[in-house]
Design a binder for this molecule. Structure first.
Ligand code: MD3
Ligand code: FE
Length: 223
């Protein structure tokens, strides 16, 4: 047999999730690629330090930390959720999206326009989670969301189009990549829990999730 198979565990083909438009690539990134990506993310934290967001209406703090890379950052402000070109905490633009992430988008998003936002979610405390919600603040809802998981494994939940619809849970491990698009783009989803100590990748432990998003509708080419 020719020795041309991919490295064991490395998976560039998606597995079926049972949801049309949701493709899971287990182990899409090998260990060296994961390490390099964590180093780039931590470097980005120097100019855009992770902060704890608060719920717009109640002011309740989230259990995770967040920051962004890219032209536009997703923010939770007293006035509501939205996108901002300015990181108000430091009064500066967000750092650029690392090239390795743009390459992943080009490989699997099937979207010619580049992502404008990389939201960074840091599950860095024992009970960190994310409640069921929909990603609906983007104007470009025809573009997919690409999610990259690094560090500790989490239990992730995908539901339907109403909060009370039945849902299904999956494990997302370090190096796994999800592409969510098409008819599933507006499904409810959330992170039930993170398993502490399941990975040694992130210094100090925890899980980092990176979501690449197209926010604005790309300009129409001249007809
Ligand atoms: C399924 N983040 O930042 S990413 C978020 O792991 C968010 O931190 C989670 O949900 C995390 O908004 C999950 C994967 C994801 C993103 C969007 C989806 C899954 C999705 C939209 C519809 C269905
Ligand atoms: Fe989400």
């Amino acid at each position: 047999m020719p020795k041309t198979e991919p490295e064991k565990g490395l998976q560039k083909r998606p597995v079926d999730t049972g949801f049309e438009g949701i493709a899971l690539y287990p182990g899409y990134l090998d260990a060296p690629a994961q390490k390099a990506l964590v180093a780039e993310v931590l470097a980005g934290f120097e100019t855009a330090p992770p902060y704890r967001p608060h719920m717009p209406r109640t002011g309740k703090p989230w259990s995770i930390h967040q920051t962004n890379f890219g032209e536009l950052g997703w923010v939770s402000r007293p006035g509501g959720y939205g996108y901002s070109a300015l990181n108000e905490a430091v009064n500066a633009p967000w750092p650029a999206i690392p090239a390795a992430l743009l390459a992943i988008w080009d490989e699997i998003a099937a979207c010619p326009a580049p992502p404008e936002c990389c939201l960074v979610n840091l599950y860095d405390a024992p009970g960190s989670r994310m409640g069921l919600h929909r990603d609906e603040d983007e104007e470009a809802l025809d573009a997919p969301v690409v999610s990259i998981s690094l560090g500790d494994t989490c239990t992730f939940r995908v539901g339907g189009f109403a909060r009370s619809d039945k849902s299904k849970s999956f494990r997302l491990a370090s190096g796994d990549v999800l592409v969510i698009g098409g008819p599933s783009r507006l499904r409810y989803h959330g992170v039930d829990r993170v398993t502490p100590g399941s990975s040694q990748l992130v210094p100090g432990g925890g899980r980092i999730n990176l979501t690449l998003r197209r926010v604005t509708k790309p300009a129409q080419p001249a007809q």
